[in-house]
Design a protein around this ligand. Structure first.
Ligand SMILES: [Fe+2]
Length: 321
């Protein structure tokens, strides 16, 4: 299952949980109406409060399911509430008129909150699409200079998200990890062509220029508010667990978790891919190489999680782009 399919399954789960919450709330409110006597004045006050509780599932439905959800809950409320009104409040005309007015207000609330929630959701989706577009534009800019970077970036995003989920990293952190995976080498835009595209091995001075890509990447991304967190991962993506990486030689847990996750999948994709300077390596062999570097370049705990994911899943994740 790729990232998008997983997201879909997850959002389906969330949808069912939300539906269950709304259904339970409705049942509780209607149950309380039936169980509360209608005879005395003080019980009547309780009914007035109970009627207000119908607004909670309606508003929740508007927020979670937009206008259609809010209207369905308003309809369900009407269907559930009417038998109570007709049977338990039979013959009390004045009271029946109040209850009818209450139902009208519930329908109006469903309509208004549903429309507002739908508007806000489409604005948020537009912002998310703009962010994604900006990230892809930056990756494409680098790809124009160093070909195949875009595909590598898309693949490592798939891998990083898969490994992140294996480690139970939260949704927000996964989002940031996804951005950082796409943009990890964006700083190479600032590396001169004679170094970036050199087919032979680099001199020490050229390596110095190449290593600067993590600093340049951070400088490019940090001023962009929605990429600020990702810029830290970009800055640390060549740090190594044993402290032998760059730019700061951070060690162990001094390196942000997402950067430790990313460095494993970046290495995996590089090992299994064909490059001008090397041929591709079989995934099984690549896994052995990663395992052999646990505690060296890579966090052993994360290597364990990496190896716990079946090889076929890694191969599948690499095919989505
Ligand atoms: Fe890099």
């Amino acid at each position: 299952m790729n990232h998008y399919e997983n997201q879909l399954v997850k959002s389906n789960h969330t949808r069912w949980v939300r539906l269950a919450i709304i259904s339970v709330l409705l049942c509780m409110v209607i149950g309380a109406h039936w169980l509360t006597p209608v005879s005395t004045h003080s019980w009547h006050g309780i009914h007035l409060i109970l009627r207000l509780l119908f607004f909670i599932p309606v508003v929740l439905a508007a927020i979670w399911f937009d206008l259609r959800g809010a209207l369905i809950v308003a309809l369900t409320t009407t269907v559930l509430y009417l038998p109570h009104v007709i049977i338990q409040w039979e013959g009390q005309f004045g009271e029946n008129m109040n209850q009818l007015a209450e139902l009208v207000v519930i329908w109006l609330s469903a309509l208004l909150t549903g429309l507002l929630a739908g508007k806000e959701k489409s604005a948020l989706l537009q912002v998310a699409a703009t962010h994604e577009g900006a990230v892809i534009a930056l990756v494409s800019a680098l790809d124009a200079r160093e070909h195949d970077t875009e595909l590598h970036s898309l693949r490592v995003r798939e891998y990083a998200l898969r490994l992140g989920r294996q480690l139970d990293i939260g949704d927000h952190e996964l989002g940031v990890l996804g951005q950082a995976s796409l943009l990890h080498d964006v700083g190479k835009i600032g590396v001169p062509d004679n170094v970036l595209l050199k087919p032979d091995s680099l001199t020490e001075d050229e390596w110095r220029l190449m290593r600067a890509h993590v600093v340049i990447g951070k400088q490019i991304l940090q001023p962009v508010s929605f990429l600020r967190e990702a810029s830290e991962i970009v800055y640390c993506h060549h740090e190594k667990f044993d402290g032998s990486g760059y730019p700061r030689g951070l060690k162990g847990e001094e390196i942000p978790l997402s950067a430790r996750v990313f460095s494993i999948v970046d290495a995996y994709d590089t090992i299994v891919s064909k490059r001008p300077y090397k041929s591709e390596v079989a995934p099984a062999k690549a896994r052995q190489k990663i395992a052999a570097d646990a505690g060296g370049a890579f966090d052993p705990h994360i290597v364990e999680a990496f190896l716990a994911i079946p090889q076929e899943e890694w191969e599948q994740a690499g095919k989505v782009v």
